[in-house]
Design a binder for this molecule. Structure first.
Ligand SMILES: Cc1cc2nc3c(=O)[nH]c(=O)nc-3n(C[C@H](O)[C@H](O)[C@H](O)COP(=O)(O)OP(=O)(O)OC[C@H]3O[C@@H](n4cnc5c(N)ncnc54)[C@H](O)[C@@H]3O)c2cc1C
Length: 253
């Protein structure tokens, strides 16, 4: 295992360092490190579970909910994912990639094979899952299954209600169950986001007694639930949000 340890913001040298500096320039001063793909499991038509290994997973300070950025195509092109597990002792972490279409991150995950080298930036803070007051509600979509599993795997997370908008509830339930998360509430997407109206109309019941709210996934859905929560009789005061994607935008970090 090689370790690149190129410190951006200091003095990157050489072609690859320069190109990666451009890629992650929005991240500011960062370290790009080398890792290796330990295994790739295409666990369903739309989800790929990737196990990564390397020294950085032994040394890195990871908090559940942190993100990592992976170089998924030459350029290089970077994409952001949320480790669902991080084993410091073994130097292994896992990410679950949702294959939403033909974009670079999806193509990369479809073609990936065990043994490939991979450049990674992170971990970096995103949503600190260790600072939530139970009961927690986590709302998101398929891109947030990793985040949800990180919370599910977190000792002491307490009672959590998982609510997802998804394209295929049967597949989503099968994927989540196979990774140990059962009982999530799944709302299949409807034209004009009518499923969100349904969630909104049920919010007082869904949120009853909850003390913290995590909103991630599609930007407009997060905004919708935020509005619903603000005016609800069951309003949750502790709210953490992070947009994972928005239509027409690429590679949100
Ligand atoms: C902090 C953070 C953590 C994340 N963690 C994960 C994770 O663990 N697993 C995961 O799968 N994703 C995760 N994402 C989301 C992922 O980074 C984006 O979906 C990203 O756009 C994927 O790159 P891409 O190359 O597939 O698509 P892009 O090239 O970025 O986008 C191409 C087009 O697809 C659209 N698009 C992007 N995502 C979706 C989607 N889910 N459904 C429909 N259209 C979409 C874009 O808006 C754009 O129009 C995370 C994002 C952030 C910011």
């Amino acid at each position: 295992m090689t370790k690149a340890n190129t410190a951006y913001g200091q003095s990157p040298t050489g072609g690859i360092a320069q190109r990666i500096k451009g890629l992650f320039s929005r991240s500011g001063r960062m370290t790009v490190q080398a890792s290796r793909v330990a295994s790739v499991d295409h666990i369903s038509p739309d989800f790929t579970l990737i196990r990564l290994e390397g020294e950085l997973f032994k040394a890195g300070q990871w908090t559940a909910g942190d993100k990592i950025q992976l170089a998924v195509a030459p350029g290089p092109v970077g994409r952001t994912y949320t480790p669902l597990s991080w084993n410091k002792q073994r130097g292994v972490a896992e990410v679950l990639v949702y294959l939403h279409g033909d974009a670079p991150g999806c193509e990369w995950a479809r073609r990936l094979t065990a043994g490939q080298d991979l450049q990674i930036v992170g971990p970096r803070s995103s949503i600190a899952l260790n600072a939530l007051e139970p009961t927690t509600i986590l709302f998101g979509d398929e891109t947030c299954f990793g985040l949800a599993l990180a919370l599910h795997n977190l000792p002491g997370a307490g009672d959590v209600r998982y609510i997802f908008e998804v394209g295929d509830a049967v597949q989503a339930d099968s994927v989540l169950s196979s990774l140990g998360l059962r009982g999530a509430l799944l709302y299949e997407r409807l034209p004009d986001d009518h499923h969100l109206e349904t969630i909104g109309s049920e919010w007082a019941r869904l949120a009853n007694g909850a003390r913290s709210l995590v909103l991630a996934g599609k930007a407009s859905s997060i905004q919708f639930i935020q509005r619903v929560n603000k005016t609800s009789s069951a309003r949750i005061v502790q709210v953490k949000t992070k947009a994972y994607w928005a239509p027409g935008k690429t590679g949100l970090g």
